[in-house]
Unconditional design. Structure first.
Length: 374
């Protein structure tokens, strides 16, 4: 008997490799055949080596050119028709919207995942109205829409973009507490770490401004920025600012890494002062799993893994003075208090954000949908 075919659609193979590999392995172990539909990048071959089928697609992840998006929709229709999968799992804005419209026309079951809404829902005007209309139409026949935080779910329900019975909740992409286990920290000065794409909306420039304030009083403290920089992305942090801060010794910018545990092992506290609507940031979950205290913006998504005063501190989004104050507050804690915060972080992850919760929910959802269509 031929295996049921599942397609995973994303806006890049990097994301599939770094956030969905455990789910892919679980689906393969359960007997499903898998293919990925995403723009080609340096991680495409890694997925093919895992035994996945692959289809390239042209997709402007952040663009708003309607002609390009119509071309993307046409490609989805052609690819989904040719692959004829049993079910499609979709992530990120363009696959969620245009992939769902294509699948709806072909009668293919769809499971969407809202991994964050960025800045578009914070703006009022024609663009937000158009995006809402697209979501409402695209999701009208979705079999399941998973949200990673209660704020985004409430936004979609209150805006009548989805119906309640279509929605579910997942604790982000989850994290493996055994893989992201605490490690002894090397001797040295206190280190604040940022992990993620070096974008303005992620709070990179806020991190630098706060670091400069703290450095003036604590010159020995380290501030590390780990993640990719895309010079073609208009939302990237100011390159001159990054270079200047690095040259003056305010920050360290070692670049992106595939072994994030090494960076986390050097850090004393993870910082994510994001200004926009995240899902549940994986970087915070990985740091928490490794027993690190957290400092995060009191924003949608970023606040989810932070119990203010227990495993870290929340700061006001965009307020560099408040961010610097929270960093100072962390520095003024005793070793015993910081250790207690780290233990609270790990306990929170093991109880609420274990990737096993995510994987089991997906396996059950896929099984239910396929049985219902059988």
């Amino acid at each position: 008997m031929e295996k049921e075919h599942i397609v995973i659609s994303y806006n890049g193979c990097w994301y599939v490799w770094n956030t969905r590999r455990p789910l892919i392995q679980a689906l393969q172990n359960a007997g499903y055949r898998l293919s990925v539909v995403a723009p080609r990048d340096d991680y495409t071959e890694k997925l093919i080596e895992m035994g996945l089928g692959y289809r390239d697609i042209e997709l402007d992840a952040k663009g708003i050119n309607p002609l390009r998006d119509l071309k993307t929709l046409s490609q989805y229709k052609r690819i989904y028709r040719e692959l004829s999968p049993s079910i499609i799992l979709q992530y990120t804005i363009k696959p969620n919207i245009y992939g769902s419209i294509a699948a709806k026309g072909l009668g293919i079951p769809v499971v969407n995942n809202i991994t964050g809404l960025g800045t578009v829902f914070e703006r009022h005007g024609p663009l937000q109205a158009a995006v809402r209309m697209l979501y409402r139409y695209a999701f009208s026949r979705a079999d399941m829409i998973f949200f990673q935080n209660s704020d985004d779910r409430r936004l979609f329900l209150d805006g009548k973009l989805v119906r309640k019975h279509q929605t579910g909740r997942l604790p982000g992409s989850g994290v493996n507490p055994d893989y992201f286990a605490p490690r002894p920290r090397p001797e040295g000065p206190f280190c604040f770490l940022f992990v993620g794409r070096l974008l303005k909306a992620k709070g990179v420039e806020d991190f630098i401004a706060a670091a400069e304030k703290v450095k003036a009083r604590h010159p020995e403290v380290r501030f590390m920025l780990v993640g990719p920089y895309d010079s073609s992305d208009p939302w990237s942090a100011d390159k001159k600012l990054l270079n200047s801060a690095e040259e003056r010794g305010i920050i360290e910018v070692p670049g992106p890494t595939d072994e994030i545990r090494e960076a986390l092992a050097q850090a004393d506290c993870m910082v994510l002062p994001s200004r926009y609507r995240e899902g549940v940031p994986r970087s915070l979950l990985e740091a928490a799993s490794m027993g690190k205290p957290l400092i995060a913006a009191d924003s949608v998504g970023t606040r989810e893994p932070v119990m203010d005063g227990i495993n870290g501190f929340l700061c006001c989004p965009g307020d560099t003075v408040d961010l610097a104050d929270k960093m100072e507050k962390m520095l003024n804690l005793s070793d015993t208090e910081i250790e207690a915060m780290g233990k609270a972080s790990r306990k929170l992850v093991k109880e609420n954000f274990d990737e096993a919760i995510v994987i089991n929910t997906y396996l059950q959802t896929v099984d239910d949908i396929l049985k219902g269509r059988g």
